[in-house]
Design a protein around this ligand. Sequence first.
Ligand SMILES: *Cc1c(COP(=O)(O)O)cnc(C)c1O
Length: 388
Amino acid sequence: MRPATALVHGGTLRSSFDETSEGLFLTQGFVYETMEAAEARFKGTDPGFIYSRFSNPTVAMFEARMAMLEGAEAARATASGMAAVTAAMMGQLKAGDHVVAARALFGSCLYVVEDLLPRFGVASTLVDGTDLAQWRAAMRPNTRAAFLESPTNPGLDVLDIPAIAEIVHAGGARLVVDNVFATPLLQKPIELGADCVVYSATKHIDGQGRCLGGVILASREFIDTHIHNFLRQTGPAMSPFNAWVMLKGLETLPLRVAQQTANAMRVADFLSRNKGIARVLYPFRDDHPQVELARRQMTGGGTLVTFDVQGGKAAAFRFANALDIINISNNLGDAKSLITHPATTTHQRLTPEQRAAIGIGDGMLRLSVGIEDIDDLIEDLQRGLAAL
Ligand SMILES: *Cc1c(COP(=O)(O)O)cnc(C)c1O
């Protein structure tokens, strides 16, 4: 099945009632015909379901559909994107190991790498993800994993996944890619050399602002060795209800991402023609610093546009406060267009120097472009520009 078909039909487990829509198995456990059947389930000789912390039919459908989309051998769903990131890292690491990560990370991913892992004896080094020499220099004999996001949040830098994978593999480590900003449709990290891909399904996969969720995708061997038991015993399971919502989200993912990406390109071009805007960052625009790399490893520029308004924080606030259609929210990937001021929200925890190091200024706004009519979005942005 091609992606658009797999996202509608892939992984469906139809019950004895032959329902059209995927069944929502809102159940904690499962019953066994006999004690012998229970014994066989626990032994693993009968592959059926045991308990929804381990596996559940609705969650299994979501995992199978995601694995088909990603081209991965195996997938495991989690309660949130951060549960996926935490499990993907903690499941494969132990005290004495070392991790290298790009500095420009989603705030909570930075917490996992910088604060949480070191508390358990896993050292970490942060590098400028666009500088391959820094990746090379950061590798140590005990480096076991590397972590990156591309495009980055909120600066939309594009990191060279094949080149970084080569450096990481040469050092005997594994590369984990958080592919939220690119979506599984516009970038295929496993084909580019990553060993493990993680998503916050909260973003484009739901795409309609309802449920939290996450997913980890990798080889069968990686999932069986590092992830399966970690999730089963520590319990960050995706709710069957959320898995059902995510399955319905996947059906329309290609339609939404295509519309959002087309809108985002138009928004970026529109903003770049305006005097009040100091800089526009969009991976598929000719003036993006890594546009050639972006065109090589992505099939679209994505659904986010980041830009700097002239006049710093006060001007950025005036711009966003003047918008009627675009909502102020730190979320992204939604059908609704959402705008946020990273310096005072998602990246408030960083010092001004740390923000400067990853290019976040006081005039920066990050716009997650939705599926609305482009003309309404442009008119709304004109309201923001007028307020500057
Ligand atoms: C939102 C996000 C996460 C965390 O996902 P949650 O579902 O909110 O836990 C991780 N990485 C990136 C890039 C994100 O945008």
